[in-house]
Design a protein around this ligand. Structure first.
Ligand SMILES: *Cc1c(COP(=O)(O)O)cnc(C)c1O
Length: 433
């Protein structure tokens, strides 16, 4: 396995092998990450990367597209079925590219977009000053209420009346509550705006029918394929038939060149997996795990933003614990738990420090962990933060996460083959490959 890579480029081989090992030995609680299936990996690692396929199935600018056409047509058909969408474009290279394509197709430079404030949970591509969305468009924003830390649809309506945007964006990167899209449709209609939902994070629960569905209400829905949807890194756009031509021509040739056909094929595989019965059970377990993690953390005295979660995300406010989000991230790194620091609404600290951390359950759920393991993780997190100055305690907790990792292996076959081939040249701490 990876023998040719090892021979040709040992440094890159090391990078890949070490990442396989890291993914096994660390507990991944970054809400936006997941582990794809071996079938997705194989499709993405295939010779489809060689093919230029500018255009769309049956309408390409290059010859020899008959096989990649099959892959892209299947991806489109499966996404349409999964989300009950009128039209789908599977070519966006990422979620940010999908969002830009919608903006560029629906708006003219200088037009106004109303989106969720970034420090309340919105995404960079919703108008961060250093993102091109804000260089090209005029960004107005809405946020959550200070008292509930939740969206208040009346406040959004007031913001829309004030801003008179051409496009309203609904969706977030770190909002732990369900979003109702019907009031957003009514607000958009009142001010004459188009409506886009960005379900990058919640695509999995939406597809499984476990989160309110934006598709009936929105002109455009964008998503990533690599978060809860558990596919390859990439983006996807769903839209009403009336916008189909504009979206397709804005993706290509408007804002991208040749599609990444190996990734498109891997998206098709992930969408097939998402249409299978096991997927709904997987999404239910993600949500059950997030609730268990939230309850166990709250029971240990952590203040949770909004008091809990409706989705796969838990945002923890560390203000009463005497450390910042970035400090907590470093402490948890030392015990083998990977998270990211995150601002809380009305955070007095800048994003680089931040008062909170964001946790998510898609990756640990893919490993097979359930509510018992979430309670164990909450206990480890609490102990680590409490005893952060005590090396012995941290070492003990690290051993506990290694045992947990060994009980729920990820890519065990890949790890074993790499290990055997190197004859134990590197050690897998805490257990057997
Ligand atoms: C992750 C995310 C994106 C973009 O994802 P990339 O693929 O990293 O560009 C867009 N919107 C939201 C709300 C996200 O959380």
């Amino acid at each position: 396995m990876l023998n040719e890579l090892r021979r040709v480029d040992p440094e890159i081989y090391d990078s890949v092998r070490n990442e396989v090992r890291r993914e096994h030995v660390e507990i991944e609680l970054i809400a936006s990450e997941n582990y794809v299936s071996l079938a997705v990996l194989e499709a993405q690692g295939s010779v489809l990367t060689n093919k230029y396929a500018e255009g769309y199935p049956g309408k390409r600018y290059y010859g020899g597209c008959e096989h990649v056409d099959v892959a892209e047509s299947l991806a489109i058909e499966r996404a349409k079925r999964l989300f009950q969408a009128e039209h789908v474009n599977v070519q966006p290279h990422s979620g940010s590219q999908a969002n830009m394509a919608v903006y560029l197709s629906a708006l003219k430079p200088g037009d106004r977009i109303l989106a969720m404030r970034l420090d309340h949970g919105g995404h960079l591509s919703h108008g961060h000053p250093k993102n091109m969305s804000s260089w090209i468009f005029d960004i107005a924003s809405y946020g959550v209420r200070r008292d509930t830390e939740r969206l208040d649809y009346d406040e959004v309506r007031a913001a829309a009346r004030e801003a008179r945007p051409k496009l309203i964006v609904v969706g977030a990167s770190s909002y732990p509550r369900a979003i109702d899209f019907a009031p957003f449709r009514s607000i958009a209609d009142e001010v004459g705006a188009l409506l886009m939902a960005d379900i990058a994070h919640i695509a999995g629960p939406v597809a499984a029918g476990l989160h309110p569905d934006p598709v009936p209400y929105c002109d455009f829905v964008t998503a990533t394929t690599h978060k809860t949807l558990r596919g390859p890194r990439g983006g996807i756009i769903l839209c009403k038939a009336a916008h189909a031509r504009a979206i397709d021509s804005t993706v290509f040739p408007g804002s991208q060149g040749g599609p990444l056909m190996h990734v498109v094929a891997a998206k098709a595989v992930a969408l097939k997996e998402a249409l299978s019965p096991g997927f709904r059970r997987y999404q239910e377990q993600i949500l059950a795990n997030a609730r268990a993690l939230a309850e166990a953390l709250a029971a240990r005295g952590f203040r949770l933003v909004t008091g809990g979660t409706d989705n796969h995300i838990v945002v923890v406010d560390l203000t009463n614990r005497g450390l910042t989000g970035i400090e907590a991230t470093h402490v948890l790194d030392r015990v083998g738990i990977t998270v990211n620091n995150n601002q809380i609404p009305f955070d007095p600290l800048p994003p680089t420090k931040s008062s909170g951390i964001r946790l998510g359950t898609p990756a640990v759920t893919t490993r097979g962990m359930g509510e018992d393991e979430m309670r164990q993780l909450a206990a480890i997190i609490a102990r680590a933060i409490e005893a952060r100055a005590d090396k012995t305690v941290l070492q003990h907790l690290r051993n506990e996460t290694l045992d947990l990792a060994d009980r729920f292996p990820i890519y065990p076959g890949i790890l074993r083959r790499l290990y055997e081939q190197e004859r134990g040249a590197y050690e897998i701490p805490g257990g057997h490959p």
